[in-house]
Write a protein that binds this ligand. Structure first.
Ligand SMILES: CC(C)(COP(=O)(O)OP(=O)(O)OC[C@H]1O[C@@H](n2cnc3c(N)ncnc32)[C@H](O)[C@@H]1OP(=O)(O)O)[C@@H](O)C(=O)NCCC(=O)NCCS
Length: 134
């Protein structure tokens, strides 16, 4: 029987990840090389696959001391509500014990609430210059 394989390594087909995100309407304009660099410069990443197909990914930024931030949390539409996203986030947060973990979400507060996250008002953000410098 097929099993989801979770990997924390950077041996990822970045073009395939980009294509999967585009197909699932969760691409934010990065090129495959920009996806690679985003992940390489993260504190930890998780990619999940099923029979060689990328079905989920996520990454966490951290200063290694007190502050961390979850980004790019995604499970392919066809594989949702099977606990994959939960595993991705739990594996990522396990790498930052004792740290405050923040995130932004517009559409999925229920998912993060199920993982113990609580709304914290006062968040602000801006893009420096134009998005991705383009
Ligand atoms: C958010 C997302 C990553 C969740 O992935 P997933 O693999 O389906 O999540 P899980 O199956 O691990 O869900 C764990 C729990 O979260 C909650 N949850 C997940 N999706 C939910 C939804 N659409 N509505 C309400 N609760 C939800 C449930 O409590 C669920 O447990 P249950 O299925 O036993 O009820 C996925 O829906 C996704 O990729 N969405 C589009 C991208 C996105 O919005 N990412 C977050 C950006 S900040």
């Amino acid at each position: 029987m097929s099993e989801i394989v979770f990997s924390a390594g950077l041996d990822v087909d970045w073009a395939a990840l980009k294509a999967a995100l585009v197909a699932d309407y969760f691409d934010n304009g990065r090129t495959p090389d920009e996806y690679r660099r985003s992940h390489e410069n993260s504190h930890a990443i998780i990619v999940a696959s099923l029979d060689g197909e990328l079905v989920a990914n996520g990454r966490i930024l951290s200063d290694g001391v007190c502050n961390a931030y979850l980004v790019d949390i995604w499970t392919a539409s066809a594989h949702r509500r099977q606990g994959i996203g939960r595993q991705v986030v739990e594996r990522l947060t396990a790498t930052v014990p004792g740290q405050h973990v923040g995130l932004f979400t517009e559409d999925m507060p229920a998912f993060y609430a199920s993982l113990g996250f609580r709304p914290q008002h006062g968040g602000m953000s801006r893009v420096v210059g134009s998005w991705l410098g383009r």
